[in-house]
Design a protein around this ligand. Structure first.
Ligand code: MN
Ligand code: MN
Length: 296
């Protein structure tokens, strides 16, 4: 990686870190999730950056892939995961935190478990480290709190314009001896739950990504697909953004493009036993000696 690229990764990380701190500073029990999403996204745009994906605001048993729709009336409450991604010319930061919006603050330990697992995982990052050992540490840390890690969600490598590139970072001991290499950029994201530690697909999320070109007959669908490809490449986007630009009739086009398999529509990810899930995520760069935390 040359120094110009390194600057971009660092800048994307800095903006991501500040945007998540901003979201944390404004989130309140009972506020509209749509307002929280739009204010945070505006914060990122004001920094002349764009989004690596729509901000995920996932409550309680929903581990990920929940984002407000246009006219959404859901409020911030319970155990809220805020997961955001910044893109600077495709250089990405991906980070998250969990806030406890309950009156009795009943999720303190569950939040601490995923944060501590992330701390411990970061300490292990260096060239030559086996990814199975990182997963083992995450699993042990979360188990020490009496919770379970979500085993079918994992961290991942980041590359320019590629949110889920190459390597995965497991949240349990998968025995993998695949090794980290200097220069890799990684998102590490432990999830802790009081439940079984497996997630399954839930409702459609309104989060999509471009799959392939398609010769749509409908001129609006054609225009929308071209816009998506140019604007987001293969990074996930929200139907809310498309409606903002093209109006509500764009929803029909999105459905048609999904059916034609030009777009992938993500599902919400829900814990199997409907138990609450916490998440902590940071973006790190593997350096010669260890790692540099780019975003947290
Ligand atoms: Mn994330
Ligand atoms: Mn991630």
């Amino acid at each position: 990686m040359d120094s110009k690229e390194l600057d971009k990764w660092r800048e994307a990380g800095k903006i991501g870190t500040e945007a998540l701190a901003y979201a944390k500073s404004i989130v309140k029990q009972g506020m509209s999730l749509l307002e929280l999403a739009e204010k945070t996204e505006k914060y990122i745009q004001d920094r002349k950056a764009s989004f690596a994906f729509p901000i995920n605001l996932s409550k309680d048993e929903i581990a990920a892939h929940s984002t407000p729709q246009q006219n959404d009336e859901e409020i911030a409450e319970g155990l809220l995961k805020m997961d955001l991604g910044v893109s600077l010319e495709g250089y990405i930061s991906d980070l998250s935190c969990t806030v406890d919006l309950t009156k009795e603050k009943k999720y303190t330990k569950l939040i601490e478990a995923s944060q501590k697992a992330l701390d411990e995982a970061i300490k292990l990052v260096k060239p030559g480290m086996e990814i199975g050992k990182i997963g083992k540490k995450i699993q042990e840390t979360i188990s020490s709190y009496g919770f379970a890690p979500v085993v079918n969600l994992s961290g991942h490598e980041l590359q320019q314009w590629n949110l889920h590139a190459g390597l995965t970072i497991p949240n349990f001991d998968n025995n993998s001896d695949v090794k980290l290499k200097e220069g890799m950029v990684l998102a590490i994201e432990p999830f802790a739950t009081t439940g079984q530690g497996m997630i399954q697909d839930g409702k459609p999320s309104g989060i999509y990504k471009f799959l392939e070109k398609h010769s749509a007959r409908d001129p609006l669908a054609k225009e929308i697909l071209a816009f998506i490809e140019q604007e987001y490449h293969e990074l996930p986007f929200s139907s809310r953004w498309i409606v903002k630009k093209f109006g509500t009739r764009a929803l029909f086009s999105l459905r048609a493009l999904e059916q034609a398999q030009a777009l992938h529509h993500f599902k919400q990810l829900v814990e199997k036993t409907k138990a609450p899930v916490s998440q902590a995520e940071a973006t790190v760069l593997v350096t010669k000696e260890g790692c540099e935390v780019l975003a947290r």
